[in-house]
Write a protein that binds this ligand. Structure first.
Ligand SMILES: Cc1cc2nc3c(=O)[nH]c(=O)nc-3n(C[C@H](O)[C@H](O)[C@H](O)COP(=O)(O)O)c2cc1C
Length: 328
């Protein structure tokens, strides 16, 4: 069910660690997996509003949420305010927790059409677009953006945060880099602090939050409500459980033991194969496996064998515990 705005604020106030929207990564299977290891809130891969409104099956699929896939927000992107507002209404039927608007993607073909971080070139238009979406949907609307387009000396995010709050946006995620920086150079969390100080809505800090201690430090340094984790979760989804333990109880959990790492890898593979079919499921899991194996004594050898295997059974055998492998 969609959140009321107050419910969203209550969840974020618990200093949640959130799975970031990542195209090709944060799909239904990975969201489910991250939930099993403590993710409190997930955001879908971005959905192109033009394709969605033309009835594209992939866009529809990305927007479909299973009954146990909650709370999850749907993220949309595009450069046309009419289409974005219309897509927001379509998204309502999927009953996401809230709707997130992507104003941060640096990919040139997306920015060229005014979408993603292209909105940062015209902050006034971005605010008008956000107000329009807010006015046309029952869902709480959030915006995920960056600190600026680049290379401004003073980033527009502080003023923008204030104006987005006035436009009715329920929360704001700030990826603390410029669009021109893409994913390079360190994220500067200081801008999230500055933006947070001028608004009453929750601000979610994002960028280079790679571990439980990073979550704690990012929240302590910025005063933000919650932290969003992207790339670190690809290799180490246990980061959500570790962050919860550190924030709630002050306890730094030990890293997952080898058997747990292998069990999660096997689960991820099985779920991906169920969802996509054998070869695509195996390929989709590969980008995660190297991280899952990290720290295992024979990680390098297993990895070399895994990248040559495209059948589920072979992968499961390679991901067996030492005793299971001996028995196979
Ligand atoms: C493979 C990949 C796909 C991404 N796709 C999206 C997306 O669909 N929507 C979005 O808002 N950001 C997307 N991002 C950006 C992340 O959500 C996040 O803002 C960025 O990776 C910085 O956070 P991190 O340092 O924790 O990875 C993507 C990032 C990666 C690495």
């Amino acid at each position: 069910m969609p959140f009321a705005r107050t419910e969203l604020h209550a969840l974020l106030a618990r200093r949640a660690a959130i799975l970031a929207p990542m195209d090709g990564v944060s799909d239904a299977v990975f969201r489910r997996l991250c939930r099993t290891v403590g993710a409190e809130l997930c955001v879908t891969e971005f959905v192109n509003v033009g394709s969605l409104l033309r009835g594209c099956r992939t866009s529809r699929r990305k927007m479909t949420l299973a009954p146990d896939d909650r709370p999850t927000a749907i993220q949309i992107y595009g450069g046309n305010p009419d289409e974005l507002a219309e897509a927001a209404r379509v998204a309502e039927s999927a009953e996401p927790a809230f709707l997130d608007v992507n104003c941060g993607c640096w990919v040139p073909r997306i920015m060229a059409r005014g979408g993603g971080a292209g909105w940062l070139r015209e902050p006034r238009a971005m605010v008008d677009m956000a107000a329009r979406i807010v006015a046309g949907t029952e869902l709480p609307v959030t915006v995920k953006t960056r600190i600026g387009y680049g290379p401004e000396s003073h980033m527009p995010i502080v003023d923008l945060a204030r104006r987005l709050e006035d436009a009715g946006v329920a929360a704001l995620t700030i990826h603390c880099r410029t669009a021109m920086a893409r994913h390079e150079g360190p994220a500067d969390w200081e801008w999230a602090r500055k933006a947070r100080e001028v608004v009453t809505i929750p601000v979610i800090v994002n960028g280079d939050v790679r571990s439980a201690t990073d979550v704690r430090d990012a929240l302590d340094r910025t005063g933000c409500a919650a932290a969003m984790i992207g790339r670190a979760a690809i290799d180490h989804p246990w980061v959500f459980r570790e962050a919860r333990s550190l924030l709630a109880d002050g306890v730094m959990l030990a890293p997952p033991a080898p058997d747990e790492r292998l069990a999660l890898a096997r689960t991820h593979l099985r779920w991906n194969v169920e969802a996509r079919g054998e070869r695509p499921g195996v390929f989709a899991t590969r980008r995660h496996l190297r991280g899952y194996l990290r720290g295992l004594p024979d990680a390098a050898a297993r990895w070399q064998e895994l990248i040559r295997a495209d059948r589920l059974d072979d992968c499961l055998t390679l991901l067996g515990s030492a005793s299971e492998r001996d028995a196979a």
